[in-house]
Design a protein around this ligand. Structure first.
Ligand code: SF4
Ligand code: SF4
Ligand code: SF4
Length: 323
């Protein structure tokens, strides 16, 4: 779990970057911006999440962690429903979480909603990243590249779904965390780990066109069960992960977003930076300096913690000497 100082540090950093971005956007308000070319394949993949089927077992959380070499513990621990007392977001420790909401139609059966990267068709994170560390692929996935990332966390500010998170425990290398659509597993011909483990088929993997068709059919066949809205079909110009629900999505933690893709906003920031006489090298230097200061502070904190630990370890000896 994130410490208070970490979350404060993140808020502070986001505030600074947002302020920087907002200033630049303000200067470029009248500038027309171009959307990135749509490189997506007609057969691109997606997942349909049916929240009316999900039982909140959180096996998907466990499988996701396990398949990404994260501390996962025993699967039995995930039947603990006390976690639902708090609304949770994906974090450096887990790329996906399940939350619980009340069900006005049937209070005995709460609504569970799995959250992860939506793999937007036109991702704001990709558009915002100035070094190309996030890329959109033809198959629908949006993937982060650790080699290119400079840790500026611009993607965190840009994402409408608040998905990318920063690993504050890794002082040496910047580490942005988010669902990678199980890229490696899929390359090996396997299903995403969360889809594979789901015991009730609340998650359906397929081409995006197939899952949209399935979602439409489900709504048509059972209009009492579902509201007539496939979340992600059109939001921010479409996402690879789409959802069905029996209750208004905005009451289930989903952001109310328009159908226009978000990158226009983040591109406006980037274009503004480059068009309004801030030479790219200056901007890179600024980000580099911010990163250096951040890392130095982390190193300093770690050194201070280590010194404190060594001091504590040596205390009993000095007591013996005094006796
Ligand atoms: S949900 Fe956020 S992190 Fe995921 S692709 Fe969309 S903009 Fe990027
Ligand atoms: S697709 Fe893979 S990385 Fe994404 S939430 Fe599912 S298990 Fe995790
Ligand atoms: S494994 Fe399936 S049923 Fe269980 S919480 Fe995840 S999506 Fe819901």
């Amino acid at each position: 779990m994130e410490t208070n100082s970490n979350s404060h540090s993140r808020r502070h950093f986001i505030k600074n970057v947002a302020a920087l971005g907002a200033g630049v956007v303000a200067t470029s308000a009248n500038q027309a911006v171009a959307a990135p070319a749509n490189i997506l394949s007609e057969d691109r993949k997606g997942v349909l999440v049916d929240t009316t089927v999900c039982i909140g077992c959180r096996n998907c959380e466990w499988a996701c962690k396990k398949s990404h070499d994260k501390e996962s513990g025993n699967i039995e621990e995930y039947s603990d429903r006390s976690v639902f007392k708090q609304f949770r977001r994906p974090s450096a420790a887990t790329y996906t979480v399940v939350n619980e909401f009340s069900n006005p139609k049937n209070p005995a059966l709460p609504i569970n909603v799995k959250v992860q990267c939506m793999h937007c068709d036109r991702p704001a994170c990709v558009s915002a990243c100035i070094v190309g560390a996030l890329s959109k692929y033809e198959d629908g996935s949006t993937i982060w590249d650790p080699v290119k990332c400079i840790g500026c966390r611009y993607c965190m500010v840009a994402c409408s779904f608040q998905i990318p998170t920063f690993d504050y425990n890794k002082a040496i290398e910047p580490n942005i965390n988010k669902c990678d659509f199980c890229n490696e597993r899929r390359k090996a011909g396997k299903l995403p780990a969360c889809v594979d483990i789901c015991p009730v088929e609340a998650l359906v993997f397929g081409t995006r066109s197939e899952i949209i068709k399935i979602a439409r059919e489900k709504i048509q066949r059972n209009p009492e069960r579902y509201i007539n809205h496939i979340y992600g079909e059109n939001e921010v110009s479409g996402t690879s992960w789409v959802y069905l629900a029996g209750r208004n999505f905005y009451e289930l933690g989903f952001p109310k977003l328009g159908f226009k893709h978000a990158p226009g906003v983040s591109e406006a920031i980037q274009h503004g930076i480059f068009a309004y006489f801030v030479p790219p090298v200056m901007f890179y230097s600024l980000l580099g300096t911010m990163m250096w200061i951040y890392k130095r502070r982390e190193e300093f904190n770690k050194e201070a913690e280590l010194a404190e630990e060594l001091e504590l370890q040596s205390e009993p000896e000095s007591e013996v000497e005094e006796l």
